[in-house]
Write a protein that binds this ligand. Structure first.
Ligand SMILES: Cc1ncc(COP(=O)(O)O)c(C=O)c1O
Length: 412
């Protein structure tokens, strides 16, 4: 099996396993597809923030949505300019965040009334005024591949509730803030039709703020993880955004900037997680049926999505003499029963796969978004390397952690 022109066995030999591998070819294709959707496209860098990925985004004219000040600084270090980075802090500013952004002229997108108030107080303290700021609005409904990634509606902590916009105006007036940006992001991995439908709400919200220059429709572009199903067609989104923009420009009688900020759809498909089959095991259920486990050196410390959300990822085994397809449960090295790559609703879900042997490789697809970015040192598993593939060229973009790396911050 190849990733771009590189054989996965060569990659595994050169870098060891487990290892994250990203195809620049696939990344560039998705960047081109997404760039066509809106005049300004940001990358929600939380999805995968290795500087090799960020630099590719920079080279292709993509801007950045950062969700922490350290993400802001990471983007700046990768070469982005201050004007290209927007800081959508989650639901509060950590100490010093508002000060940092004002001092460094980073555009802030405030996701609660309290944040807007703190931003205003910080502006006032510095003796400044007329500061431009953006607000994130919760339109009252949302979508996501899981309830955990739905960021709209009453059960999401995110955004200024859509009925509280008079309060926004009051705070803005009190502190002399100009609301130049309005933003909504209703969830990750949800329904494109829902995303399309809800764009009209942002248009309505934006019309309430005289100083608006930018409307940001958020991320949430879906990605189909099943390789045998058609990829979600995004082309219908662009005309809808264009229509919203036209309406707003007609309303205000001036140019307005339209933005989106996807993460997943940019990088999910370009990322693969390579591991090795280490052992086989089996159990018997209450009916006497045998359950076959393939045990691999890749677990939820490396890719948490199956464990956290029951997410599906395509799996391929690579070996010389794979056996016939049979129902297999693929599980990892973490000392916890939930460490299963093939699962749904907290239960192992056997999948028809060719039976591998210890020493064969496992390749997990769709691993580029929220893969490495959500990995951890649980069970003292080191963070694993990231490798960029460009044609047949391999470039190490992060080395494997060592135990010394893990222990470095400990105070004995
Ligand atoms: C504020 C914000 N914008 C954009 C995104 C990107 O979402 P997605 O990766 O689904 O495009 C996220 C992630 O949930 C987010 O929190």
């Amino acid at each position: 099996m190849k990733i771009d022109q590189a054989d996965v066995r060569d990659i595994a030999r050169e870098f060891g396993t487990p290892v994250y591998v990203y195809s620049l070819k696939i990344l560039r294709e998705s960047i081109a597809e997404i760039k066509a959707l809106a005049p300004v496209v940001r990358y929600a860098m939380k999805a995968s923030s290795n500087s090799a990925i960020l630099k590719e985004m920079l080279n292709q004219g993509i801007k950045i949505d950062a969700v922490s000040v350290l993400e802001v600084q990471r983007a700046l270090r990768a070469g982005f300019q201050v004007k290209d980075v927007c800081f959508t802090s989650d639901v509060f500013f950590s100490a010093g965040d508002a000060e940092y952004c004002i001092q460094n002229k980073i555009m802030c997108n405030c996701g609660t009334l309290g944040m807007l108030e703190e931003y205003g107080r910080t502006v006032q303290k510095r003796g400044a005024g007329g500061e431009a700021v953006s607000i994130r609005i919760n339109p009252g409904e949302g979508t996501g591949h899981s309830k955990k990634t739905n960021t709209g509606g009453p059960y999401s902590k995110h955004g200024i509730w859509h009925e509280n916009l008079d309060e926004v105006k009051r705070i803005a007036k009190q502190y002399g803030l100009r609301i130049t940006g309005v933003h909504q992001h209703i969830g990750s991995g949800g329904d494109l039709e829902h995303l399309k439908r809800i764009t009209h709400r942002l248009e309505e919200f934006a019309k309430q703020f005289e100083a608006v220059e930018t409307v940001n429709f958020g991320g949430g572009l879906p990605y189909e993880y099943h390789p045998d199903r058609p990829q979600v067609d995004l082309s219908g989104y662009q005309p809808i955004l264009e229509e919203r923009l036209k309406n707003l420009e007609a309303h205000f009688g001036r140019k307005i900037t339209c933005e989106i900020e996807p993460g997943r759809r940019f990088v999910a498909g370009c990322g693969y997680l390579l591991g090795e089959v280490r052992a086989l095991n089996h159990t018997f259920d209450e009916t006497g049926k045998q359950l076959d486990y393939v045990l691999v050196n890749v677990g939820f410390c490396h890719l948490i999505r199956p464990m956290a959300y029951g997410s599906y990822h395509p799996i391929w085994f690579v070996g010389d003499d794979l056996g016939p397809e049979q129902d297999l449960i693929v599980a990892g090295p973490v000392c916890e029963s939930g460490d299963v790559l093939t699962q749904k609703d907290e239960e192992p879900l056997p999948r028809k796969l060719p039976l591998p042997k210890p020493g064969d490789l496992i390749v997990i697809g769709g691993a580029g978004a929220y893969g490495f970015a959500m990995s951890s040192n649980y069970n003292t598993q080191p963070l694993i390397p990231e490798v960029m593939v460009d044609g047949n060229q391999l470039q190490l973009a992060r080395r494997r952690q060592t135990l010394d790396d893990i222990l470095r911050e400990e105070i004995p």
